[in-house]
Design a protein around this ligand. Structure first.
Ligand code: XIL
Length: 435
């Protein structure tokens, strides 16, 4: 076991939970719960809105210096801006309570932001960022350059003559619009595909076709100029397992990362999407080696889109829940051991809303149960698995406060709802050695 980076828990509480906007937090979140301070609220499957406040994934992650969060659908968030403060909507409350970081499931993709070539529509994306500000949450941007979710007009409008300008203008406008408010941007998404047969393993996409391999560097450089504070991430899937195919792809992602670093391109992390499967091979040593190789070149790894699907019909929903929870537990136990993994997000919060229950439902028609909350907003076994692994993770160095936050200006007791009782400082007791 590797030793964690020493850090003061109090220092972390200042850093991670301090957002100027925390002052604006709604009473239901600020209070954490109606439970008396110092007494741990029992979390049962029957708890309304799942585990809130101090019992949340957000709070437990914060106590370990980690960020936990989820992909969010802003269209499902109650009202807008300040109106969310008084919400009684369960989904809105759940997102506010559970996520220390949020990412738009679709609302920041090209297709959502670009209704036409000459118009940007930030309504849904702005709604999410305003909500996150209100809740003191960090925001991930997803994504600036991808071969999917391109608007219909793109195909006829984009040419070799204008594609470079289109990409640069898009990134300047979008990353510029949110400048200073995004913790990390997925700058380029899913650009590696060894099966496409190129020696550099780049996926054959409209961007590659129209601009050439330099589009990746162009995207990162433009993003760095547009939002110098944001961490810049290359994000991909199918690189978690030690199967032959995934090992090859992972190796190519590593080569891409090394090439970019060697050429001085501003990149800070690799996003490992982590769409996992309960009844199949599990991630292993190869992924750990990958994470450690990235550490050597100064890159972090974000777990960006975790969920766990099932392909064989499970005996019962309980059996499926247990299998899913075990995959979460084993996976995070492994990756959170690595000091350069500061954040983990699930791709949604509520089973019924998962993309796996729409586009990706398998041929057996299995209802997937891939996320930490069920459709009644009660925590699933996956929730408890996630939380207990997060609790066992060593405490990382304090993460940067949300951009613009002024920790010094905030009274100490604002942090209390997020502190977990169990030690004199209100933080959970962990052995000195951090394991
Ligand atoms: C998915 C969304 O969840 C769906 O709602 C949408 O229809 C398609 O995209 N990898 C990614 C995400 O990087 O953007 C994808 O999100 C899931 C796979």
């Amino acid at each position: 076991m590797r030793q964690g980076i020493a850090c003061s828990r109090r220092g972390f509480a200042r850093g991670a939970m301090a957002a100027g906007s925390a002052l604006l937090m709604p009473a239901w979140l600020r209070a954490g719960s109606i439970w008396p301070r110092g007494k741990k609220k029992p979390v049962t499957a029957a708890a309304p809105q799942g585990a809130t406040g101090q019992d949340s994934l957000r709070a437990h992650a914060a106590a370990s210096g980690l960020l936990y969060g989820a992909a969010v659908r802003p269209d499902l968030l109650d009202a807008d801006g300040m109106a969310a403060a008084g919400t009684t909507d369960g989904y809105t409350q759940l997102v506010g309570a559970q996520c220390g970081i949020v990412v738009a499931e679709n609302a920041m993709k090209w297709a959502a932001l670009r209704p036409s070539a000459d118009r940007f529509d930030f309504a849904q994306a702005d709604k999410l960022v305003r909500f996150a500000d209100l809740m003191g949450q960090q925001v991930r941007g997803h994504n600036l350059c991808w071969h999917e979710a391109l608007p219909a007009w793109f195909q006829s409008a984009a040419t070799k003559g204008n594609a470079q300008r289109l990409l640069v203008e898009h990134i300047q406008t979008v990353a510029g619009h949110f400048r200073g408010r995004i913790q990390s941007w997925d700058v380029v998404n899913e650009a590696i595909e060894p099966n496409d047969g190129r020696p550099d393993a780049l996926r054959k996409t409209p961007w590659l076709d129209l601009i050439g391999p330099g589009y990746i560097e162009l995207a990162f450089q433009t993003a760095a100029q547009a939002d110098p504070a944001a961490k810049l991430v290359y994000n991909d899937y199918g690189i978690e397992l030690d199967t032959q195919e995934q090992m090859v792809k992972r190796g190519q992602v590593l080569l891409l990362a090394r090439r970019l670093k060697a050429r001085g391109i501003p990149i800070h992390a690799i996003g490992v999407q982590s769409h996992l499967q309960a009844d199949g091979p599990q991630p292993g040593q190869g992924l750990l080696s990958f994470i450690r190789e990235l550490a050597k070149i100064g890159l972090d790894v974000y777990i960006t889109e975790m969920d766990v699907k099932t392909t064989e019909p499970p005996a019962t929903p309980d059996v499926e829940d247990a299998a899913v929870a075990k995959v979460y537990a084993d996976y995070l136990t492994m990756v959170l051991e690595e000091p350069n993994v500061p954040a983990a997000l699930t791709w949604g919060l509520i089973n019924g809303q998962s993309w796996l229950n729409s586009q990706h439902r398998n041929s057996n028609g299995i209802v997937q149960r891939p996320l930490p909350f069920d459709d009644e907003l009660k925590p699933t076994p996956a929730f408890f698995a996630l939380r207990s692994v997060i609790d066992r993770a060593y405490v990382r160095a304090p993460q940067a406060a949300k951009p613009g936050a002024n920790p010094a200006a905030l009274p100490d007791d604002l942090y209390k709802p997020f502190a977990v009782p169990g030690s004199p400082t209100g933080q959970p007791a962990k052995p000195e050695s951090q394991r």
